[in-house]
Design a protein around this ligand. Structure first.
Ligand code: SF4
Length: 347
C-alpha cells in the first residue's frame, strides 16, 4: 500500500533560510523544486515573506542536484536560489544556493519496511547501506536496528558529488563500490530508481526498501532486464552512421570534455558525428533530428529509464566503447562501467 508521507519545513530550516538571506544580503531569490515537492514552495514563500527579499518561482522541471537553475536565476537577476529536494552536487560560484533537502522527520514509514527488509537479509552478515537524502536523518538508527539482528551495516563516506555519508544518487555509486569486496549484499533505502542504479553498477545482490510504497524487493532481476535492453541498443547502434552526441547545459550535467572525446572517437572510427547542445533531453526534441543514433552525455538515467520513449538508440558514453569493440561486453559488466565515464577519473 502506498502511504502519503508528509514533509514540512523544520523550524531550523526556516531560521537557516532567513540567516542565509541576511548573511548574503540577497535581494531576489529564485525558488525551484522537483515534481512531488512543489508543495514546499508555498512554505518557502511564507518564510521569504518574513524578510524583505523579492522572489520568483521557477516553473521548469528540476531533476536532481545537478539541475540547479543558474541560467534562469541570472536571467531574472536573482542573486540566490532556493533549491528544494536535493543535496549539493557541485560547486556553484555565480549565484548563492540554499539546498533545502526536504528530509523526512518521521521515521515510522522507514521502520515499517525494516521488518521485511531484515527478513530478506537473513543469512547475510555484512551489508553495504545507502539511502536517498530524504531518509538520511535515520541512517544511524537503521545501522543500529540491523546490528540488533546480527547484520553489520557499512556505508560510504561523502565524496565527489555525494555531499553526505551514506547518501546515494542515481548516477554515482563510487563510495559504495569501494566497499564491494567487503560486503555480501547492498541495501538501498529510498526509491527503486536508486536501487536499480546500484544493482546495475555493482552486480552484487541489491535489496531495495522503499518506505513510500512499503515495497522490499531484490533489484537484480530488473537490472538484468535493463542490461538486455542496453545490449540490444548497442547492437542497433553498430549499424548507425550519423550520430548526435548530446551535451546538456544543465550545470551538473555539462560535460563538454566527455562529449568532445566521444565525438572525436566516433569520427576517428568513420562515423559522422555532431555535438548537440540542449538544456532538456526528451523524445520530442530528438524526434525531429536527423540522426541514426545518439550518445547521451547528459543524465545517464535517461538512457536507462527513458530509452523506450526514444525511437533511436541513446547510448551512454561507456556503451560506445562496447559498440566500437574497445572493451568487451563481459568486461563492461564485470567492471560496472555503465556510469563510470560521468565520474572524474572514470574508465
Ligand atoms: S545526473 Fe541524473 S541521476 Fe545524476 S543527479 Fe542528475 S538527475 Fe540524478
Amino acid at each position: 500500500m502506498t502511504k502519503p508521507i508528509a514533509r514540512r519545513l523544520r523550524e531550523s530550516d526556516e531560521e537557516e533560510l532567513l540567516q542565509w538571506i541576511s548573511t548574503n544580503r540577497l535581494r531576489k531569490v529564485l525558488i525551484q523544486a522537483p515534481l512531488g515537492l512543489k508543495h514546499l514552495i508555498s512554505e518557502v514563500k511564507a518564510v521569504l515573506e518574513r524578510s524583505s527579499v523579492d522572489y520568483v518561482v521557477s516553473a521548469s522541471n528540476c531533476w536532481g542536484g545537478c539541475d540547479v537553475a543558474v541560467g534562469e536565476a541570472l536571467r531574472v537577476r536573482a542573486d540566490g536560489i532556493v533549491h528544494i529536494g536535493h543535496a549539493p552536487f557541485m560547486r556553484i560560484d555565480s549565484v548563492k544556493v540554499f539546498y533545502l533537502e526536504g528530509r523526512y522527520l518521521d521515521p515510522e514509514p522507514l521502520l515499517n519496511v525494516l521488518g521485511p527488509t531484515i527478513e530478506q537479509l537473513s543469512g547475510h552478515s555484512r551489508v553495504g547501506l545507502g539511502m536517498s537524502v530524504q531518509w538520511l536523518n535515520f541512517l544511524d538508527l537503521v545501522i543500529s536496528k540491523l546490528n540488533d539482528h546480527g547484520i553489520e551495516a557499512v556505508t560510504g563516506e561523502a565524496e565527489g558529488r555525494l555531499a553526505h555519508r551514506g547518501q546515494v544518487i542515481g548516477c554515482d555509486y563510487t563510495p559504495l563500490m569501494k566497499l564491494k569486496g567487503a560486503v555480501d549484499v547492498y541495501l538501498c533505502i529510498g526509491s527503486l530508481f536508486h536501487s536499480l542504479g546500484l544493482a546495475m553498477t555493482s552486480s552484487k545482490p541489491t535489496l531495495s526498501a522503499d518506505p513510500h510504497t512499503c515495497k522490499v524487493l531484490w533489484a537484480n532481476e530488473l537490472a538484468d532486464r535493463m542490461y538486455r535492453q542496453r545490449y540490444a541498443n548497442i547492437e542497433r547502434f553498430k549499424s548507425a552512421r550519423k550520430i548526435g552526441v548530446i551535451l546538456s547545459t544543465k550545470p551538473g550535467q555539462y560535460l563538454p570534455g566527455l562529449a568532445k572525446r566521444i565525438t572525436s572517437l566516433l569520427k576517428d572510427r568513420g562515423y559522422e558525428a555532431d555535438e548537440l547542445v540542449t538544456d532538456e533531453v526528451n523524445e520530442y526534441l530528438l524526434m525531429d533530428q536527423r540522426y541514426d543514433a545518439y550518445v547521451n552525455s547528459a543524465c545517464p538515467r535517461l538512457s536507462v529509464e527513458d530509452q523506450s520513449k526514444f525511437t533511436k538508440p541513446l547510448l551512454l558514453p561507456s556503451e560506445v566503447l562496447v559498440a566500437l569493440n574497445i572493451i568487451s561486453w563481459s568486461e563492461f559488466l564485470e567492471r560496472g562501467l555503465l556510469f563510470r565515464m560521468y565520474v572524474p577519473g572514470g574508465v
